[in-house]
Design a protein around this ligand. Structure first.
Ligand code: NIG
Ligand code: FE
Length: 403
């Protein structure tokens, strides 16, 4: 067989490259890759030859092609569910009250500790599959329901297992998520323990980034800083659950440490937004948690825009505040609740989300980037944010492999 320019070539669809204004749209486009890397993006008419002579495989497709979606904030590995808390909240209990009464995150911690590694994997798998089925090709998964060395390790090992096939998984160490009962009243001691576990888990190759829940029902700014100093000394990037329920200056701490992202950020003030802009820290919007908790305080969206802070959108898939199994649905919620344009929501779930994970090789359709590609059954890319539910994904390729 003669050598061809491309391994695989898709023709016939329109492309939302996100490389340029107006979705970076190219009608009647073509995209081709070789060795898992995009080698051509442009109009079909610009191809350097007859499709069959330049590519080993050519597919004539219809619809729109976007970059594979990147879900940059999830807690998708967990056991059990918290539907009863949903009922309690609808009857007036708040998330904070339930947490202080020993429910909330700690109830999931009990379920995770009780589950074997295989059982936890099996319970989590349908969620990962659902996220993939709606276009996700890169997924961040946090620990944070183990809260002791072995159980944090168990969660991170499972997250890694989900990344062994055709899905990129980035793991985040979130031992500083809640105070486990065995450390009641001793939060400083617990943070020291969590700091101590970090290099051991990092040595096992289980940690890509470090996160904390900086909040009155989580950990204080000074405890967060201590953990982040350890992360920095290990060369690990940080991200933070920041300013979700109150303004403890979390986003500013994330920026101070050159953080990849500050997440939730409903209560973030404008000084912190400036610090994020200067540090290149992405704001990760989590409209699922906003929606489920029936919050009313918006993140400072205008300030993010004014200061040029990129806004990512993620599911925050978790059993408490965001039992959300579709990143497209999160994009929909970002449009309806936060008035993002569908284009901004799509960039938020691709380009900006990749940046929130420190991944410079994906998130757009551009020559030289990884061939992470989603093909959708839509007539316009705004439809990705328009439908509530539905089955819009026709096909996905991860590093050029159809999955
Ligand atoms: O991102 N805010 C803290 N962490 C999660 C919720 C986790 C849970 O309630 O289980 C969040 O919303
Ligand atoms: Fe979260």
């Amino acid at each position: 067989m003669t050598d061809r320019l491309y391994d695989h070539l898709l023709v016939g669809a329109s492309l939302a490259t996100l490389d340029g204004d107006d979705y970076g749209a190219i009608r009647d486009g073509a995209i081709a890759w070789r060795d898992g890397v995009i080698a051509y993006v442009g109009p079909r008419s610009g191809l350097p030859g007859d499709p069959a002579s330049i590519a080993h495989a050519v597919e004539d497709v219809e619809g729109w092609i976007t970059p594979g979606l990147v879900d940059c904030h999830t807690h998708a590995v967990f056991a059990g569910d918290r539907a009863v808390e949903f009922e309690m909240r609808l009857q007036g209990a708040t998330y904070g009250e339930i947490a202080r009464a020993g429910g909330g995150i700690l109830s999931t911690v009990r379920a995770v500790r009780d589950a074997s590694e295989d059982a936890l994997y099996a319970q989590s798998k349908p969620r990962i599959d659902a996220l993939r089925a709606d276009g996700v090709t890169t997924l961040e998964i946090k620990s944070g329901y183990g809260l002791d060395f072995e159980n944090e390790r168990k969660m991170l090992r499972i997250a890694r297992r989900f990344g062994e096939g055709t899905l990129t998984v980035r793991t985040t160490y979130l031992a500083a998520h809640a105070l486990p009962p065995e450390y009641a009243g001793r939060a400083d001691d617990y943070i020291e323990a969590a700091i101590d576990w970090l290099p051991r888990l990092h040595d096992e190759g289980l940690v890509d980034a470090v996160d904390a829940f900086c909040e009155s029902i989580g950990f204080s700014p000074s405890q967060t800083r201590r953990l982040f100093e350890r992360a920095r000394s290990l060369g690990l990037p940080v991200k933070l659950h920041a300013d979700q329920l109150s303004d403890l200056g979390g986003a500013a701490i994330a920026a101070e440490f050159g953080g990849l992202s500050a997440d939730h950020v409903e209560h973030t003030n404008e000084d912190a937004v400036r610090a994020m802009a200067a540090a290149g820290t992405v704001a990760v919007l989590l409209p699922g948690a906003f929606h489920v908790l029936r919050e009313t305080k918006w993140p400072p969206l205008d300030a993010f825009r004014a200061h040029g802070v990129p806004m990512a959108v993620a599911t925050d898939c978790n059993p408490g505040t965001s039992p959300l199994l579709s990143l497209r649905q999160a994009m929909q919620l970002a449009c309806t609740h936060f008035r993002l344009t569908p284009e901004d929501a799509l960039r938020g779930a691709t380009t900006h989300a990749a940046r929130a994970l420190g991944l410079a090789d994906r998130g757009m359709l551009r020559v030289g980037l990884r061939a992470d590609v989603a093909l959708w059954r839509v007539n316009h890319p705004a439809e990705l944010c328009y439908w509530l539910g539905g089955d819009l994904l026709q096909a996905r390729w991860v590093a050029g492999r159809r999955t």
